[in-house]
Design a protein around this ligand. Sequence first.
Ligand SMILES: *Cc1c(COP(=O)(O)O)cnc(C)c1O
Length: 369
Amino acid sequence: MRIPILDLKPATAELRADLDAACRRVLDSGHFLLGPELEAFEREYAASTGAAHCVGVANGLEAMQLVLLAWGVGPGDEVIVPSNGYIATWLAASQVGATIVPCEPDPRTYNLDPSRLAALVSPRTKVILPIHLYGQAADIEAINLVARPRGIKVLEDGAQSHGARQGGRQCGNLGDAAGISFYPSKNLGALADGGAVLTNDAGLADRSRHLRNYGSKVRYQNEYAGLNSRLSELQAAFLRVKLVHLAAWNARRVALARRYREALAGIDGLTLPWVPAWAEPVWHLFVVRTARRDALRDFLTNRGIGSQVHYPIPPHLSGAYRHLGWKAGRFPLAEALAQEVLSLPIGPHHTAAEIDEVAHAVRDFFGQA
Ligand SMILES: *Cc1c(COP(=O)(O)O)cnc(C)c1O
């Protein structure tokens, strides 16, 4: 691909000297798990989000799973999740034994539609677990209005929304807790797997901290049945380097997204991302929608332009949830999105000229150059 959807090499190149220094620091320290780099990263990342506590863990899936475990969510409890989006959100709930209750998205934002929640909650609903999909905040204020009076917790899937905001407050600090992923391609990505729990609840932070380390407070005294889900010193040190650049890199994404929106405005048959007035997205992905999605993707591929479908199979139709017996047609909005969305190249190291070239190719495809 001449224009890949995302290339991680320039990001590493830009920070190479600092990453090398971070690596040397960890190698020289002889400390590889649960050490000073992790503590420093947890402090710095929490401060950058406004949340009181950060607990570094092994990945985003386990970050969400640990919060659910810490809240005692399990068999017999219901967790409301988006019907569209990535399967990790569903897996976090089903792997603690909870029952999945899918909620269809707002057809404009593709984020969980709060107006559908009242019909989905039951006395067994323990948690609502929205994704800030593609880097744009779900309407947590509206979700909180349903959750708070009923004693339901709100867990944010913040894997795609590092630095995004709703009404001035950061994603990851809008609900009761957030699960964050530092998978390498995320806006804040480690150089391997990584994740974090964010919360303002000291008790939850404490419990998550023990649960990520076999449920142990004092070595070899296991209070709870935990996981092994630690964020390594090396990855914490790399993340400290990258955190310094997160805001600037997000700003580059915002500028490129604006460029796309101007260049692609008014194309018949193409739906651009819709941003509510209160949202400040960080454009983890730039997702367009068209009934001619597969043909557009082929057209771009032929021009050396990368693209991706996030995500081609909604969780309820994937093999992992076949046993639930949900058939095609059960969640029509999620299914339509799976057929029609396409992610165009966007990342902090794409150039304006590259974005112009992609936009030009899209216009050509629709015959509206
Ligand atoms: C990446 C991602 C995750 C999972 O993160 P991992 O660190 O790979 O476990 C969860 N939810 C969403 C929406 C994601 O994009």
